[in-house]
Write a protein that binds this ligand. Structure first.
Ligand code: FDA
Length: 303
C-alpha cells in the first residue's frame, strides 16, 4: 500500500516541486545520488574505484517531450563518456530511451542512441539501456536487439516481475546481448507483472541461472542476500568463473554487502546516479524500502 503510494507520488508534480525545492530533502538525497553534476559523479566514481568497485554512471532524466531535451540528454550521456575516457576512471554508462525521445518518435530515439553508441564504441565503453515501465518493454528490447547488430558494446535490462521476461531473455541470449537482471522498480498491474514477491523472486532466480549458464557477461543486480547466496552456490557448483559475470548494486545501498563480495573475489559494479532530475529515482528507492522514508523525513525535519 505504502509502496504503491510512493510509486504514485514518483509521478506527482506537486510532490516533486516540494521535495526538489526543500534544502533538507536535497541534502538527504545525497545518500542515494552522487550529486547534481557530472564532476560530482566522477569524484564518487574515483572513490568507488579505489574501493575495488567499477561503476555504471546514470545521468538522471526520463520522459522528455521536446526534441531539444532529447538532444540535450544525448549530449549529457556523451559528456559522461568523454569524461570517463579523459579521467581513465573504471566506469560505463546506463541510459534511458525515454530521455532520448522515445515518447516523441522512435526515429529520434534511435538516432540519439546511435550517436551515443558510436562514441562509446570509439572509447570501448559499454552502454546499458535501462528498462523502464512495461509500456516501453517491447520497444526497448527491440531497440537493444537492433543496436546489437551494429554495436558490440550494448546491452539492456530485464525485470523478473514481468510475465514476458523469460521469452525476452531467450531472444537476448540467442543474439548474445549482455543483460542485467533486476526485479523491477515500477508500478505494474497484475495483467503484466507478478503481484506476489515470491513469484518475482522465483522468476529472478530462474532467469539468473539461465544468464549465468548461457548469457554474455550477465549482471546480477540485486541486494537480496538470499539470492546472492544462491548465485554464489550456483557458480561454484557449475564451475562458472567469477570473471564471466558481475554483481551490481545501487549507490548507497548495502555497502557492507558490496565490500564483502569484493573481498570474496567477485566483480561488484556500483550504479551511480547523478543529475538534477533525481526525484523519481529517489521515490523508487523509497518504495523499495519504506524504512528509507524515515531517513528522509527525519533528515528534512532536522533541516
Ligand atoms: P528486494 O527489493 O527484495 O530487496 C532485498 C533487500 O535489499 C531488502 O531487504 C533490503 O535489505 C535491500 N534493499 C533493497 N532495496 C533497497 C533500498 N532502496 N534501500 C535500502 N535497502 C534496500 N529496475 C528497473 O525497473 N529498471 C532498471 O533498469 C533497473 N536498474 C537497476 C540497476 C541496478 C544496478 C540495481 C541494483 C537495480 C536496478 N533496478 C532497476 C532496481 C530493481 O528493479 C529493484 O527495484 C531494486 O534492486 C530492489 O530490489 P532487490 O533486488 O534489491 O530486492
Amino acid at each position: 500500500m505504502l509502496k504503491d503510494t510512493l510509486l504514485y507520488l514518483a509521478q506527482n508534480q506537486r510532490m516533486r516541486d516540494f521535495v526538489v525545492h526543500n534544502r533538507a530533502t536535497r541534502s538527504v538525497s545525497r545518500r542515494f545520488v552522487a550529486g547534481e553534476t557530472l564532476e560530482d559523479a566522477i569524484l564518487t566514481t574515483r572513490k568507488l574505484n579505489q574501493r575495488g568497485n567499477p561503476v555504471a554512471l546514470d545521468f538522471l532524466g526520463e520522459n522528455v517531450f521536446q526534441e531539444s531535451e532529447a538532444h540535450e540528454a544525448t549530449r549529457n550521456y556523451i559528456a559522461a563518456l568523454n569524461l570517463i575516457k579523459q579521467t581513465g576512471t573504471n566506469a560505463n554508462i546506463s541510459i534511458k530511451l525515454t530521455a532520448l525521445g522515445l515518447d516523441i518518435s522512435k526515429e529520434l530515439c534511435e538516432e540519439n542512441l546511435d550517436a551515443i553508441l558510436t562514441q562509446a564504441r570509439e572509447y570501448g565503453i559499454f552502454v546499458c539501456i535501462d528498462m523502464e515501465a512495461s509500456n516501453y518493454t517491447g520497444q526497448t528490447v527491440a531497440m537493444a536487439l537492433k543496436a546489437r547488430q551494429k554495436f558490440e558494446q550494448v546491452g539492456t535490462v530485464i525485470q523478473s516481475y514481468l510475465y514476458r521476461s523469460k521469452d525476452d531473455i531467450e531472444e537476448l541470449i540467442k543474439q548474445n546481448v549482455r543483460v542485467r537482471i533486476v526485479k523491477g522498480a515500477y508500478k505494474e498491474p497484475p495483467s503484466v507483472a507478478f503481484p506476489n514477491k515470491k513469484d518475482v523472486d522465483d522468476s529472478y532466480i530462474e532467469i539468473m541461472k539461465m544468464l549465468l549458464s548461457r548469457g554474455n557477461f550477465p549482471a546480477i543486480a540485486t541486494h537480496d542476500e538470499r539470492i546472492l547466496g544462491l548465485a554464489r552456490m550456483y557458480v561454484r557448483d557449475h564451475g562458472i568463473a567469477p570473471d564471466t559475470f558481475e554483481f551490481q548494486m545501487l549507490y548507497g545501498i548495502r555497502n557492507d554487502l558490496q565490500s564483502k563480495l569484493v573481498k570474496e573475489g567477485f566483480n561488484v559494479r556500483v550504479y551511480v546516479p547523478y543529475g538534477a532530475q533525481w526525484y523519481p529515482y529517489l521515490m523508487r528507492r523509497m518504495a523499495e524500502r519504506p524504512a528509507n522514508l524515515m531517513f528522509v523525513v527525519s533528515g528534512s525535519m532536522r533541516g
